[in-house]
Design a protein. Structure first.
Length: 392
């Protein structure tokens, strides 16, 4: 009997309908635009109106692929997020309602900075192994927000990735071996009284690289695998220069031809993030999606390395192998068309949208209907209850 594989069967993506161009932002902040586009490696930044939150974005990402049949088999709904909308209740319950998902399921939310969705993916893998025939919906959804005129402003962004995790997946099978490492580190955090994250910028980049080096070395020790065994390496992308810094630490292990190949694949993996920004726990998977949709020469059987990093901090290096027919499950043209169809905001308009936020207080609130977009919207807050609706 052939061994059951478990992995990613479907990948959906959503990002808000607005963006600010980072050349405009650099000029407004008195910074050389090359710092943002080359030094940081970002071109555009998604700007979420207050009618989009982790629930609406996550539901839209999953709505991209879910069919009524798929919904029946889902027994686990995981929302990975660090910008959840309730300190107690799981956002996945609102998503379950918006998408009419199977109520006979476990619906939870996982938090560990940008690592949450990877924890969800690993939980889903274990769940499916012990519940044959069942599937899991893992959603990564976040709004990266540091504040206007802060050092982190250029690394903001918003969006969601949804993954259907199944037996015999049609995109990629997850490897059995992974390496994970955690340690209490104060590189980035967000106290519950604020919606803006605190980052010790340079220190956080050092921790990211340290966690990559630790888990990559440990993975190699466990498996005896070499860098040359991988068709591509993908990374959590808080900004696109960050993954490159980590990749560069491993590159000397391969010959010049392989190095050039991995760098070319890295370029393909950052195309979407360059246009969206950091989507925190979905960023690794946005990089994976970009690689799969922009690349034309990856083949079934190719193994891809994935490095997940969540500040605070947890790192995990794991792998996945492409399966026959994976390309037919992707939506490359549709995703690029969605990105291209977004509305550009001037910097003053971006600042207005940024400031028009759901209050951190018990006040009623109405979101601006002129900025409604996507499949689902938060219309407002009434009596301390968030009001979600299908966007007609
Ligand atoms: P900064 O101080 O504004 O930037 O902070 P810098 O001075 O370090 O410059 C950045 C790069 O631009 C440098 O290149 C400069 O040389 C270059 P590098 O040395 O890094 O290769 N540069 C230029 N290049 C071309 N032309 C120019 C020019 N000028 C400078 N004219 C920082 C940047 C990313 C630290 C800041 O934006 C920040 O704090 N961001 C938030 C934290 C962050 O993203 N950390 C990443 C690692 S932690 C992580 O990934 C987890 C996270 O996603 C959260 C979670 O887990 O939930 C953040």
């Amino acid at each position: 009997m052939s061994k059951m594989t478990i992995g990613i069967d479907q990948l959906g993506f959503y990002t808000p309908n607005y963006y600010v161009d980072l050349v405009d932002l650099a000029q407004a902040r008195g910074v050389d635009p090359d710092k943002f586009t080359i030094g940081i490696g970002q071109d555009k930044q998604a700007v979420p109106p207050s009618s989009q939150d982790v629930v609406t974005m996550g539901a839209s990402a999953a709505n991209e692929f879910l069919t009524p049949d798929m919904k029946q088999d889902i027994g686990l709904i995981v929302l990975g997020t660090e910008t959840g909308i309730d300190a107690s209740k799981a956002g996945s319950l609102y998503i379950q309602q918006l998408l009419n998902l199977n109520p006979w399921s476990r619906a939870i939310e996982i938090k560990e900075a940008c690592y949450g969705a990877t924890a969800g993916l690993m939980l889903a893998k274990d769940y499916i192994a012990t519940h044959p025939g069942k599937t899991a919906l893992v959603i990564a959804s976040d709004i990266a927000r540091y504040g206007l005129e802060t050092g982190g402003e250029v690394t903001q962004g918003a969006g969601a990735i949804a993954m259907l995790v199944t037996e015999n997946p049609r995109i990629m099978a997850l490897g059995d071996v992974s390496s994970y490492y955690s340690e209490q580190v104060m590189d980035f955090w967000r106290p519950v009284y604020t919606d803006e994250a605190i980052a010790l910028g340079k220190y956080s980049t050092e921790q990211y690289i340290r966690f990559f080096e630790l888990t990559w070395a440990d993975y190699q020790k466990q498996t005896g695998k070499q860098l040359a065994d991988f068709a591509a390496m993908t990374f959590h992308l808080p900004y696109t220069k960050m993954g490159l810094k980590a990749l560069r630490t491993a590159l000397p292990e391969a010959d010049a031809v392989k190095q050039a190949d991995l760098l070319a694949k890295y370029e393909e993996s950052i195309q979407y993030s360059r246009q969206v920004g950091n989507i925190y726990t979905g960023s690794l998977y946005l990089g994976l999606l970009s690689l799969l949709e922009k690349n034309t020469n990856l083949q079934a059987g190719d193994e891809i390395g994935l490095f997940s990093y969540g500040s605070g901090a947890v790192g995990e290096f794991f792998t996945a192998t492409l399966v026959d027919g994976f390309r037919s499950q992707l939506h490359a043209e549709q995703h690029q068309a969605t990105l291209d169809a977004r509305t550009q905001l001037s910097v003053p308009d971006y600042e207005l949208v940024f400031k028009d936020k759901v209050p951190y207080a018990a006040d009623n609130y109405q979101a601006d209907p002129a900025r409604f977009a996507g499949d689902f919207v938060l219309s407002g807050v009434t009596d301390q209850q968030r009001q979600y609706q299908v966007n007609e």
